[in-house]
Design a binder for this molecule. Structure first.
Ligand SMILES: NC(=O)c1ccc[n+]([C@@H]2O[C@H](COP(=O)([O-])OP(=O)(O)OC[C@H]3O[C@@H](n4cnc5c(N)ncnc54)[C@H](O)[C@@H]3O)[C@@H](O)[C@H]2O)c1
Length: 334
């Protein structure tokens, strides 16, 4: 069972013991955090659909004996699997995708298959089964080469990677499905989410888990570029809050929209690493490497739309989030 949790705060308006949820990608980082929230707060049923492609099965082991938890090992690129997973479900949280800009440049077909075709399958299956809500993960990568800061939802640029294209396609499909099939769909553009359950052990791991691992295991930390690139790093509890609020919003104008999910503050990679050194009490000198193609220089979100329509209020700032994340990494990897 769930012995320790960061999900004491409640973001849903009424008891959820009669509600049924499908979380795709639920053994991944963000998905398994959403599952944890739902189980901690007494959800009636939480079904996960994940093919474990990037999955980290350890993330769902604490849930396996929970009576409300179900796991389907399956692929969203298979429409029948999506339809089966959708049976008896009211609320869909779609997180499954192949993340990472470099991965999408190395294998754009795989990214397209999972992220674009898989997404369309999920939408179609949701339409056919008539779910109440469909909330999905988009990404700040859709801002592409737009120089505008902070990023506002209606000003996007040209995509800089196949990954960004796949997420843009999600938003376009969601828009047309909302319009033509009267579905209640909400897209969430995450900005660099971090926190417990984020796996540092895959070839496309994100910066924070890699820094954590380097610090805790006395390994080399690599920074691509000069480290002055900045990001609106978002602790996962904030991202979960956004998902829960989107699943249960009663604002009549909240649907068929996309929302930035971030904190609204940015920090450079160099500064972030310094904070981590302070928290862990360790010092390392990072090795700087060539900038990576497809990476954006600066990223900072305007979160006012999510505040206005969803009541989103990110309570955990980056330093507090890092302090909450380090103990999990220590317990899991040391
Ligand atoms: N972590 C971030 O900072 C971030 C930022 C922007 C957007 N996102 C998006 O948020 C979502 C969750 O990201 P995450 O960081 O938790 O990634 P993750 O890789 O930890 O989780 C994604 C999960 O989806 C599963 N999956 C992949 N392809 C699948 C398929 N074809 N069928 C079934 N399951 C499949 C993987 O096995 C994995 O468990 C993704 O859609 C990602 O693109 C994440």
């Amino acid at each position: 069972m769930i012995s320790e949790t960061i999900y004491e705060r409640k973001y849903h308006p009424h008891p959820i013991n009669k509600n049924t949820f499908l979380v795709t990608g639920g053994s991944g980082f963000i998905g398994s955090n959403i599952v944890e929230y739902l189980l901690v707060h007494g959800a009636g049923k939480v079904r996960v659909l994940d093919n474990l492609a990037n999955g980290y099965k350890e993330n769902i082991i604490p849930f396996l004996n929970h009576p409300a938890f179900e796991f389907i090992e399956g692929d969203i690129t298979d429409l029948e699997t999506c339809k089966k997973a959708m049976q008896g479900i009211q609320f869909v949280s779609h997180q499954a995708a192949l993340g990472s800009v470099p991965r999408s440049l190395a294998n754009p077909l795989a990214t397209h298959h999972a992220n674009a075709t898989g997404f369309l399958n999920m939408l179609w299956a949701a339409k056919e089964t008539g779910v109440q809500r469909f909330v999905y993960a988009s990404s700040s990568s859709v801002y592409g080469d737009s120089p505008e800061l902070p990023k506002r939802e209606h000003v996007t640029g040209n995509p800089l990677s196949p990954y960004a294209v796949s997420k843009m396609s999600n938003e376009l499909y969601a828009y047309t499905f909302s319009m033509h099939y009267a579905m209640k769909i909400i897209g969430l553009r995450y900005f660099n989410v971090f926190g417990p359950k984020q796996n540092p052990d895959n070839p496309y791991a994100a910066a924070i888990p890699l820094f954590m691992k380097a610090l805790l295991k006395d390994q080399t930390a690599y920074i691509y570029g000069d480290g002055e690139q900045s990001r609106d790093f978002t602790f996962v509890e904030n991202a979960v809050q956004a998902n829960i609020r989107a699943l249960f919003t009663t604002h009549k104008d909240a649907f068929n929209k996309v929302y930035n999910v971030a904190v609204g503050e940015s920090i450079s990679l160099n500064k972030l690493l310094k904070h981590l050194m302070h928290i862990t009490g360790k010092t390392i000198s990072p090795v700087y490497k060539e900038e990576r193609p497809g990476d954006v220089k600066n990223s900072l979100a305007d979160i006012s739309r999510a505040q206005q329509y969803l009541g989103y209020n990110p309570l955990v700032k980056v330093k507090e989030g890092l302090a909450l994340t380090v103990p999990w990494f220590k317990k899991t990897f040391c």
